[in-house]
Design a protein around this ligand. Sequence first.
Ligand code: HEM
Length: 663
Amino acid sequence: MDVLTFLVLILGLAYSLYIYSRSGKQADTVRIPPGPKPLPLIGNIFDLTAKELWVKATSLAQTYGPIFQLSILHPSLPISQPLIFLSSPEVCFDLLDKKGGIYADKPKLVMAGELCGCDNMVAFTGYGSQSRRQRKLLGMALSKEKIPAYQGLIERETAGFLTGLLSAHSSSASSSTVSLPSKSTLPSRFLAYIPLIRRYAGQLTLSVIYGYTVPTSYTQNVHDKFLDMAEDCLDILSNGIASGGGIWLVDIFPWLKKAPKSFEFLPLFSFLPKSRAWKAKMIEFVEKPFEWVKAEMQKGTHKPSFCSTLLDNPDAVVPSAETNRFTRRQSDISPELLSSWASVSSNVVKPTSSNAKGYAQFEFDLKWTANSMYSASGDTTVTSVMHYFLALLQDADSGGEVVRKARMELDLVTGLADDSPSTIKPRLPSLSDRYIDVDVPDGKGGTRRVKKPRFPYVEAVMSEVWRWGVVVPLNLPHRLTQDDVYTPPPSPSDPHPTPVLLRKGSLIFGNIWSILRSHELFGDDVDDFRPERYLLSTHEDDVLYGSHDHSHDEDEYEMIRRERRKRDPRSYVFGFGRRQCPGQNLVESSVWLLTATLLSTVDVRRPCVEGEDGKERVVRENVNFNNSVFRTPDPFGVDIRPRSEKALEVIMLAGESEEAESL
Ligand code: HEM
């Protein structure tokens, strides 16, 4: 170290210590949100953990209240980055929903965005015209009323997933073993469910977005170009780019990116070659499926999809082969939805070819939006289904009450109980089974039709999977675009809260984990998987769905609805405000069907393996959560078997028609 560098460091440290000694006084006047005292220079870096930061943030919220701040580098330094954690529903809604306009931006991350090429993915796009255009496209594919158009596809893929599961379980693949992070090994059949869910989630979006069908069935374990690409890139995104919370040194000191190539052998600069390799992969992931759609369109062999329908227009730059009209393969999407996209496309969305710049912009938006749907569905769906299996393993340990109660409801429709009446033809559940229409008084002497869940306990299981698992526990960070002063609501621990100043540029984390583990909302047994917590009392059921006219107790009706919304995990797990998850309607349907089908047809147990002494032993694994963005469990084994011969027959039959349909 030369003398000059040494002097600069000493002066920097002295300045920080000076500011640090005054920071208590400053806090009185500036009133930034409370939080653990930042250290000189480095701020709260030691309060941040790469693993399960949501747990640490929840315990800090118990000390500092529902809104607290940590800083990367000391807040007195101009380059310090405030991180603000919101830990109650009221605070999240007050800021992220009600003041959504200033809380909808995204952090400008040099590493993830500029260096790794993710800045045009929807979840990374700053709030402005581009994000609004992208979200409009997302709404066209994924808004609530569009989901019934995917019913056939969802049901087909669910059946395929199930046949894949059973075939993996019964195959002699038991001889090959897989190493687990815990250093133990398990026969691969106990882990086969993980690539199968990934394939299931990938196939759903690949079909809707690109019209691509994986050419092999779920029972064949063959690699596929687009699924493998997604696998690699999602791994890069969540275990590479977002490792350690997604904030790299270069995000704080952007000039590091200009380091000469000759510095790259130093560990400090190893991010540079990494980012180049990752960017190349990410760009390929965006371009290749889109190019594939266009090539298929030119040949006239495409299956109508979101991309092809929006591209397919006489004005389009991409030639639309006349023969398409006759040779197109049947789409997985309903004709009504396809024609609605086609009309929106020609009227509103797409500029004409005479406006080449505008069209290039449209194509660019479409390409990145399509990829964002594909990449956002993988880890999230896999994580939710893993949470389901974790919960059912616990249920099996304690006697299987959850499964028993769920089957009592489902068997009435599917006829899959051993003693189901022979008048009910055994079958898998379908999405049309989920609700029944009931007529309730409209308070004006007439009636109105509402949808009532047909299987309240199965609904409760699904709600509890969302709450207990918490797929994205700290939400994705939003960025505040202007200074904001906010007074949190009074609480028993702070009856007279004082206003706090949230600085422009702060990153805002909605701590979904702390909300869904709140004793106030869910009781003292928040760590238990207990679907019963959502069941309606007879009185509540009567007020919401009964035929008795409750117009004179309108307040009670509203109060029950409000309370249920507040305790519904769906109000939180998909994020907040203008960046709320656009895929929630699709997963609400697809995960529901997967849950109902698994509950109806298969038994779930802990794996049993032969020990060195030749005796069978049950494998109990400690499950860890090492991903810093998604609460994805490290792989754990599950023994999945058909519940009965009858269930097996129904699954195989559904699997055969799935294969026939996808050909
Ligand atoms: C279990 C399933 C899922 C969960 C729990 C989930 C949760 C979330 C959360 C918490 C966010 C951040 C919201 C915010 O910033 O406030 C998000 C964003 C997003 N999700 Fe999902 N998601 C799921 C599945 C999906 C699927 C299936 C798709 C697409 C087909 C999707 C597409 C997206 C996109 C594009 C964004 C970025 C939105 C934006 O920044 O404007 N998600 N999701």
